[in-house]
Write a new protein. Structure first.
Length: 87
């Protein structure tokens, strides 16, 4: 099968803010509601591997992760540490 003419949509989640250690946040690309915030393994706020049910809950979870950061391997997700947002 060919995907000629198919259109793909994605969300690019990024911010100009910095982590509290002054390191820039890397952009995150999300291709669908099944791609979770912590390495595609877990939702950050609620520690579940369920796909997001809507776009609003996905955006809220990504923003929560940017603001609060996360420990290395949080919820056994394999992620590296990310410091919280600098205010």
């Amino acid at each position: 099968m060919s995907n000629v003419g198919a259109t793909s949509y994605y969300f690019k989640v990024t911010t100009g803010a910095r982590q509290d250690d002054n390191v820039a946040f890397p952009p995150k690309v999300v291709r669908g509601l099944s791609e979770l915030v912590l390495a595609g393994q877990k939702q950050r706020i609620v520690n579940t591997a369920n796909a997001y049910s809507d776009i609003k809950s996905m955006v809220v979870d990504y923003v929560y992760d940017y603001i609060n950061g996360h420990d290395a391997d949080l919820y056994s997700s394999g992620v590296t540490k990310q410091n919280p947002m600098q205010f």
